[in-house]
Structure formats: C-alpha cells, structure tokens
Design a protein. Structure first.
Length: 483
C-alpha cells in the first residue's frame, strides 16, 4: 500500500506491562468503506485521497496495518454510575500515536475491532448505527468549537453483530489527544505499587501538561485537569449537550469529549433533561454535569494521595482544597459563557439575575434552548409565538438596557452572540433519520447532515429543514449506550 504519511510512535507501550495488552485486531470478512474523513486526514498529514476505496477499507478495518503501528488494548478501571469496576478496552485497539507534520501527537484507535482480554461478557464488536452516531456527533462537536476526539473513518466489516436484532458490524477509527482517563489512574492505584502511579503521572504531565508548574506534580496535575474539565463542561452547557454517561472511564485527562454513547442535545430548555435509557435517577442529567465533573475529579485526586505528601492527612487536605474549588472555578467560567451568549463582554455578579430569569422563563414556556439564544442574536426583537408574552418582552427590555452598558458597540455584541449561539445543532430527529437511512444503505441524509454541521454558526437558507425540534418535543426521546 502507498505511503500516505503515517508516522507512528508507541510511547504508551513504554509504560509498565499492566497498562496494556498487545494483541491482533480481529479480521473483517468483507470490509467496505462507509465514510472517510479526508478533511481530517489532510489536517493531520494523511493523504487518504491517493488510496482506492478498497485500500481504505482494508486499512480502516485493520486487515492491513500501517507501517509502524502496533495494536494493543488499554487497561483501565472506572466508576460506572458511582460503582467501581475494573474495565479496559473491551472492543478497541490502539494503533499507536501518529505524529502530525505540525508535531502533534495523536492516538489512533479502532473501535469495534474485536474481543480483548478486557471484553468481559461483550463480543468486542460495534454496530454500524452507533459508530456513525459517534462520527456525526464528534465531528459536530469539533465544528461547534468544543474539545473532542475526532472520527477519521467508519467501515463496515461485512460481519454481523447480534443485539436486539442482527445488525451490520462496523469499525470506527478514532483520533484523540490520548486515551488517558481518570479510570487509567484508578487502574494504576489498584496495582498497589507507588512506582506505577508515579510513572503514569509523569507520562500524563509530559504528554498533556508540559506547560504546568511542577512544585508538586500531583497537585499541579489535579489543578490543571480541573481547569480543563470545567472549560469542557461549560462548552457542553453552552450548546445544550448532554453526554449521558459521565463515568470516570469516560473522562479524558486531555479535556476532550470522549465516548459518544447515549449523548444528545437538549431541545426545550429543561435543566433536568436526561435521554439515556439507563439513567433512571438522572445522575447524568444536563444540570448535574458540573457536579459529576467535580465528583469525578475527586476520584482522580484520590488516586494521587500517596504522591502528594508523605503525611496522608496532609495529602487529603491539599487535594480537597483544590477539588472544593471546582464549583467556584466552574461558576466563573459559566457566568462568562452565559454573558457571552447574551452579548455581554464583561460579566458582573448582577448579570446572574438576568440570566436566571431568562432560563426560568424558558423552562416555564418550553422554549427551545438553541433557537431562543439564536433569535436573540438577531437585531430584531423576537415577538412571535411564546415570545409575545409580556414576561418575555419585559425581560427583553431589561436585557437591552444592560446591553447599553457594554463598553463595545451593539454590532460587536451581535457578532459575539452569533459566535457563541449555534444556528444549528444535531437535532435528535435528524440524527435518527440519518442513522436509520444509513443502516439500510442510503447515506445521503447522513452525509448532508455531516456537511450542514460543519458550519453551525452561519445562518443560511438550507438550515430551515435542520433547525427545529420535532413539534411533539423530545420528552420521549431515548438513547442507548452504543454497543
Ligand atoms: P462505554 O460505555 O462505551 O464507555 O463502555 C464501557 C466498557 O464496556 C468499556 O470497557 C468498553 O470497552 C466495554 N464494552 C462496550 N461495548 C462492548 C462490547 N461490545 N464488547 C466488549 N466490551 C464492550
Ligand atoms: Mg467508555
């Protein structure tokens, strides 16, 4: 096969043996390309255009491995819905780290590529629908400006997977800054060997946080991870994204959104929104996301206690001091974000009221989260439908008065709002429609949706068919863990 620019290293396999298992990818019987992300390929130095479809299918099924790749699965643990479990890649193989021409180190991983020692009861496979879902939503997140893993390819394997029905099997090629999770540290601490956790700490600092000060490596790392997590959750809240399964094994230390299973976007604003069919108690609801991020951060900090200070009580005290700061750090970032959604350049404590009044009004009136903010970003005052109400109109006047106090012009406020409030998000019914049709062989709606979502902040006529939620709302919409 032609050289398309792969440039692999595998520093992860320099970690102690426990952290991974080298093993082959299960062969696919008749691989066939479904979607190939040539734009992403180009941006990371891979010239996918020079390969034939057949070669791309062989490559992205793992039937033919690129030079320098070494396939292995990672061990990790995690708190799933609050309960600790030993886990690991049960259906994924890393190929190593591709170094881009810009010298950026990126993990390439196959997902759905067969059983591993960590598969437990699972079959190691993935169905086409959930892999296309991850492709679609992760790419949408990227174009929304949110840190995320990316998707390079989806191929059908030619083999079936048995779920509630028999489905076409598929493999997704995922690109990530790394796959180091809170759960990787939870796994390390289970090894009862201080050296193991120390090695992982050093590796993570070198790989992701070369800029952080290191008087105390562990505390610096906890602090840096907290900042990145707070930034990430603020982004999710900004666009109404609900991850759905914020277990500690799905929390990347690089601060990227990872593992698109039961995630979905909220339509009408309701802080208690949950879509995941298994999240009966709403642990991972929209409004709980920052609290869960803090809970996960606490689990992370616990893994570093032996390294913070020789005196364990002192370690606990120092770690708690950072973790307890999360609500304050988050709140400040959230307030700035909400102010920017309203075109306010500086955020004042007093802006809290105007924001919460709007959000309360939205709950009471079933107002669409995305479309309400986007319509505020136009120059005209919205006054159709629910926006006619006196409560909304008087809120609008208060907001206009507040805008006058901006140091910047009204045009700059509008620009700011248009860059923070998407005109289009992946609407649940459009996602389902695209996936259903792709599973029966018609990729057109999927490709159209992917293409629309590449420019989420630009208003254009073609968006009309993509902007609105279903008239019946999303109250009954259920999502599933993508297996
Ligand atoms: P997730 O909910 O995708 O984050 O997965 C949780 C755990 O289940 C991870 O350890 C996965 O590798 C594992 N897993 C998910 N699906 C499968 C499958 N089909 N076969 C084996 N392991 C799986
Ligand atoms: Mg996971």
């Amino acid at each position: 096969m032609k050289d398309i620019g792969f440039n692999f290293e595998t520093t992860y396999t320099n970690l102690p043996r426990q952290f991974y298992t080298e093993l082959k990818v299960s062969p696919s019987s008749e691989p066939e390309t479904v979607v190939i992300n040539k734009v992403l390929g180009d941006s990371i130095g891979l010239n996918l255009s020079i390969l034939t479809d057949e070669e791309l299918a062989t490559l992205f099924s793992g039937n033919h491995l690129p030079v320098g790749a070494k396939t292995f699965s990672q061990a990790y643990a995690g708190h799933q819905f609050g309960h600790f479990t030993m886990l690991g890649d049960g259906r994924a193989h890393l190929l190593g780290e591709h170094i881009t021409p810009q010298n950026i180190r990126l993990d390439l991983q196959f997902k759905g590529s067969g059983r591993t020692p960590y598969s437990r009861g699972g079959d190691g496979k993935a169905a086409l629908g959930p892999m296309l879902r991850e492709y679609l939503i992760s790419e949408a997140m990227h174009y929304l400006g949110i840190p995320t893993t990316r998707s390079l390819a989806v191929v059908k394997t030619g083999d079936s997977v048995v779920r509630e029905s028999v489905l076409p099997g598929a493999i997704l090629t995922r690109v990530a800054s790394s796959h180091i999770r809170v759960g990787t540290f939870e796994f390390a601490i289970q090894q009862q060997n201080p050296e193991v956790i120390q090695v992982l700490l050093d590796y993570t600092l070198d790989r992701h946080f070369s800029e952080v000060k290191r008087q105390n490596k562990s505390l610096s790392l906890i602090q840096a991870v907290m900042e990145r997590q707070a930034d990430l959750i603020v982004h999710w809240m900004r666009v109404g994204f609900i991850h759905g399964v914020m277990n500690t094994d799905n929390m990347s230390l690089a601060g990227e959104t990872i593992d698109y299973g039961p995630c979905a976007f909220m339509d009408a604003y309701d802080p208690k929104t949950v879509f995941s069919s298994i999240d009966h108690l709403g642990r991972y609801s929209y409004i709980n996301q920052p609290k869960i991020a803090q809970w996960n951060l606490a689990r992370f900090a616990e893994t570093l206690l032996t390294l913070i200070d020789k005196d364990i009580n002192k370690s606990v005290e120092l770690a708690e001091e950072i973790v307890n700061k999360f609500p304050e750090v988050y709140q400040e970032k959230w307030l700035n974000m909400m102010c920017s959604k309203l075109g306010l350049f500086e955020a004042y404590e007093s802006d809290m009221q105007i924001i919460s009044d709007l959000l309360e009004w939205m709950v009471a009136n079933n107002a669409d989260y995305t479309n309400t903010f986007r319509s505020l970003s136009q120059l005209e005052r919205p006054n159709n439908g629910v926006y006619q109400s006196e409560t909304f109109q008087s809120w609008y006047r208060r907001w206009q008065d507040r805008l006058q106090k901006n140091s910047e012009s009204i045009e700059s406020s509008i620009e700011l709002m248009k860059s923070r409030n998407p005109a289009v998000i992946p609407r649940n019914h459009k996602v389902e429609e695209a996936l259903e049709s792709a599973t029966i062989g018609n990729l057109k709606p999927f490709e159209d949706l992917v293409s629309i979502l590449k420019e989420p902040y630009t208003e254009r006529a073609v968006l009309k068919a993509y902007k609105n939620p279903l008239k019946t709302g999303s109250a009954d919409y259920k999502t599933f863990c993508g297996t």
